[in-house]
Design a protein around this ligand. Structure first.
Ligand SMILES: CC(C)(COP(=O)(O)OP(=O)(O)OC[C@H]1O[C@@H](n2cnc3c(N)ncnc32)[C@H](O)[C@@H]1OP(=O)(O)O)[C@@H](O)C(=O)NCCC(=O)NCCS
Length: 165
């Protein structure tokens, strides 16, 4: 399962019972809100990659939600998107986000994903540094992408493998 692919027993799949934890962490960290139904639908989606980082007592310390998608114009090319990643507000800055993102990238590599995409608020310097440290680069600015407050998004991309000709 995921812990085999990521070689980390602290990384577990998200199940329906954990959705309340995800909603709480997303609210506390001002992530774009997903409803319980959004998460439930995603759990049923075979393309979803939903990882939960657990503490020693199996508490949820953070999560990442993404999906593999058909990449570019070539139907056999697989990309991935990250929709939400967050660490419990009291646990940030301790390397846990890094564990989750590394796990997500390993699963993408195992699924032959070539590029990973995400959007991030342009004022979210911490997340942007986090992604840049992991090899993501900004490929586009999308003005007025977010609301409440209105703000531009940076579209960032990590290239895992060269595109097939
Ligand atoms: C972004 C987030 C997931 C990073 O997780 P984290 O556990 O806090 O980060 P880590 O401790 O694993 O740090 C990994 C790297 O990120 C960068 N980073 C982390 N905190 C940082 C900060 N305050 N300032 C600048 N860079 C930072 C550093 O490069 C760090 O590597 P280093 O420790 O070797 O310098 C987490 O801070 C978070 O949940 N933020 C709120 C939600 C959010 O904004 N999500 C992204 C939405 S697009």
């Amino acid at each position: 399962m995921y812990s085999d692919l990521t070689s980390n027993p602290r990384i577990r799949p998200v199940e329906a019972a954990h959705i309340g934890d995800l909603i709480r962490i997303a609210e506390e960290t001002n992530l774009s809100p997903w409803t319980a139904q959004n998460y439930l639908d995603e759990i049923k989606n075979p393309s979803a990659i939903m990882l939960r980082l657990v503490g020693e007592d199996n508490t949820t310390m953070g999560f990442v939600v993404g999906r593999t998608v058909i990449g570019g114009d070539i139907e056999t090319q697989l990309d991935a998107e990250i929709y939400n990643i967050a660490i419990d507000i009291t646990q940030q800055g301790n390397g846990y986000g890094q564990i989750l993102l590394t796990g997500f990238v390993k699963i993408c590599s195992a699924r032959q994903v070539q590029k990973i995409w995400l959007e991030v608020r342009e004022s979210n310097r911490k997340a942007i540094s986090f992604y840049e440290k992991n090899g993501f680069t900004t490929v586009q600015t999308r003005n007025n992408f977010y609301s409440d407050p209105r703000e531009a998004a940076l579209l960032m991309r990590l290239v895992l493998a060269p595109a097939q000709e």
